[in-house]
Design a binder for this molecule. Structure first.
Ligand SMILES: [Zn+2]
Length: 195
């Protein structure tokens, strides 16, 4: 799958953003594969138009096409480089059984994407991350991964990947149970993880 990458960007901008994007896609695909999730290929990455920029500010957006199982990333020229990694993370979280469509809280996608960003760019620290306990605060999730065997060995990405895969498996069992019982929703599993 080829990605239309910053078609209106300068060579300099492409050189700046492309390595971050490529690394994030490579690692996100590995996580998706380990968890048995269909990765949403990112078909286009582009800067906001000036109209979008005035509405969206310095942010980044990941926009899925659920039918095609693909996504587009749009972002501000002023966004952090690593914010692109967060957006790529949605391509493994959104199609997973941990998504809110399976009766989980909507905040967990942002938490996992922020933890993914940190795991790929640990040298950037965590100062950019919210500490308010809200959707974008992944401090507890990262701490949890650090206590896992892979995390203790200093491989946070492996720990995050394993934890995500284990949770997906656990949730699939709940979805299976729900179908057997004919219950309205599968049981929630993430709230009790204290992440
Ligand atoms: Zn996000």
């Amino acid at each position: 799958m080829t990605t239309q990458f910053l078609e209106c960007g300068s060579q300099e901008e492409i050189k700046k953003f492309k390595p971050i994007f490529d690394q994030a896609v490579e690692e996100a695909k590995k996580i998706a594969e380990k968890a048995g999730v269909t990765f949403f290929d990112i078909v286009e990455v582009r800067f906001y138009t000036s109209d979008e920029e005035s509405k969206e500010g310095n942010g980044c957006k990941w926009i899925p096409n659920d039918e095609a199982k693909t996504a587009v990333i749009k972002f501000s020229r002023n966004a952090d480089l690593e914010a692109l990694t967060h957006e790529v993370g949605h391509s493994f979280f959104h199609p997973s059984p941990l998504h809110e469509r399976y009766n989980e809280g909507a905040q967990y996608g942002e938490k996992f994407c922020n933890a993914f960003r940190y795991a790929l760019h640990p040298d950037k620290g965590k100062c950019w991350m919210a500490t308010d306990g809200g959707s974008y605060d992944a401090h507890r999730l990262i701490k949890k991964c650090e206590t896992l065997p892979e995390g203790k060995l200093g491989d946070l990405l492996a720990a995050l990947s394993k934890y995500f895969a284990d949770l997906c498996e656990k949730k699939r069992a709940k979805i299976c149970e729900q179908k057997k019982k004919g219950a309205k929703d599968p049981e929630r599993i993430l709230d009790s993880e204290d992440i």
